[in-house]
Each structure stands twice: as C-alpha cells, then as structure tokens.
Ligand binder design. Structure first.
Ligand SMILES: *Cc1c(COP(=O)(O)O)cnc(C)c1O
Length: 230
C-alpha cells in the first residue's frame, strides 16, 4: 500500500474515532483532503484510495489541477482568500467556496456562476480569534452577511468556516470553535438553517469534531509537509 493511501486510512480512522468519542453519528463528519502545493499525481493517488473531496487555496492551482484531473469525479472546495479579480475562475471551477468574508465576493460568484451548473455551495468564514487573525468577517457581522448571501440566486449557503489561531490551550480552542456553533444556533432561531461547520485541520481535528464540526480540512496529515517555493 502506498504511503498516501496509508496516511488517508490513518486520518479516516482518527476521524471515525473522534466522531465516536464525541457521541456523534458515524458519517456526521466529512473529510476534505487539502491538496494545496501537491501535484495532481498525488491527488490522483488519494482519489484512487477512495477520497472524493479536495480543497485548494490558490486560484491558479485549483484551475490547473481541475483541468488535469477532469477525468475524475472530484468535488473541488476552494478554501483560500479570494480576490475579486479571481472570482470567475472559482465560480466556473469549484463546487464549494469556504472563504466568503464579504458580500461583494459572494455577489460576483453568484453573478459569474455558469447557468448550466448547480448553485455554488458556500460557507461564510468567521474570524473567531479577534486581532490574532485577519481572515473572516467579525462574528457580530456574520448574521447580516449570512442573510445577504442566502438571498443570492446562484449560491447555496451551507454554513460557516473558521481557522482559529494555533494554540496549545484546549479551552481556548474549544471557545473558538464554539463561536461557529453559537452562530449556527442563532441563525436557526431566525429560520436560516446551516448544515455545515467547516472547522478542524490536521492539528486540531479531534477538538473540532468534539465541538460540532461537520467537515474537517486536512492537508499535512494526508499529504505530508508542504514546501513553498522561495
Ligand atoms: C492549508 C489549509 C488547511 C490544511 O491544513 P493542515 O494543517 O495541513 O491540515 C485547512 N484549511 C485551510 C483554510 C488551509 O489553508
């Protein structure tokens, strides 16, 4: 068995165990394999081992890999920062976008989503760590943004995403994840159902699952350490 297949199986087992320990139903948490910086051949190998959902952070890289792997039934998730001049490629290529942090980007994605494709699944990214992190909308601004995004015709609002600051403190981490859970409950009270909490990465997957994650985004634990060009 290849190293990538072995790593995928290990992460699948850890995910299943964390789900069980949290008293949640088997299958309640989906695995998104984050393939940024890794070649299409590695994605093909992980796909062959059964993984279908892959996440990318950079628009050009998403575009190149989606083209190279067009023969596979991959669900592509865009999870990186998105500039307005790059929205068209994402609207045409991705099935999901996790990183909506302002309405203008959502409006462009909706307008640019090709009519022959189903609506683009989106999550609003929330800055749960305050000053320590720059990405995501403030929790206080999330309800209005969520309501506006929900009204856009070519988008399907699915939920919320966060990237807490790295911390060794379990209580702090739990509090960060709880912000998304509270927002989800608040929106449900308003009648806006959100079925996805995109939270948890290689280092905090189990904590995120305990806090109610429905989708963990795992890169390093599957593909290994990333090497960025200098
Ligand atoms: C890179 C990245 C991940 C994966 O991180 P790992 O620590 O490698 O598992 C998850 N989410 C986002 C938004 C990322 O940019």
């Amino acid at each position: 068995m290849s190293q990538l297949t072995l790593a995928l199986h290990t992460v699948q087992a850890q995910l299943a165990e964390a789900t069980r320990l949290s008293g949640r139903d088997a299958g309640a948490v989906q695995l998104l394999a984050v393939s940024k910086t890794f070649p299409a051949a590695a994605v093909r190998e992980v796909y062959a081992a059964g993984q279908r959902a892959f996440g990318e952070n950079y628009v050009q890289e998403l575009q190149a890999k989606a083209a190279e792997l067009a023969d596979l039934a991959i669900t592509w998730h865009f999870i990186g920062p998105l500039q307005s001049n790059k929205t068209r490629i994402v609207a045409e290529t991705a099935h999901w976008v996790h990183s909506i942090e302002r309405l203008k980007i959502a409006e462009r994605l909706s307008a640019q989503r090709p009519a022959h494709l189903p609506p683009l699944n989106v999550c609003v990214q929330v800055n749960v760590s305050g000053e320590d992190s720059k990405s995501g909308c403030a929790p206080a601004d999330a309800p209005a943004l969520l309501r506006a995004v929900a009204a856009l015709p070519q988008l399907q609002l699915r939920g919320l995403m966060c990237i807490p600051e790295p911390t060794p403190d379990a209580a702090t981490l739990a509090a960060r994840f709880a912000v998304l859970r509270q927002l989800q409950a608040q929106m449900a009270d308003e009648g806006l159902a959100l079925d996805t909490l995109s939270m948890g990465m290689s280092s905090d997957m189990a904590a995120a699952i305990a806090a109610g994650s429905t989708m963990v985004r795992v890169g390093t634990a599957i593909f290994g350490a990333r090497h960025y060009p200098a």
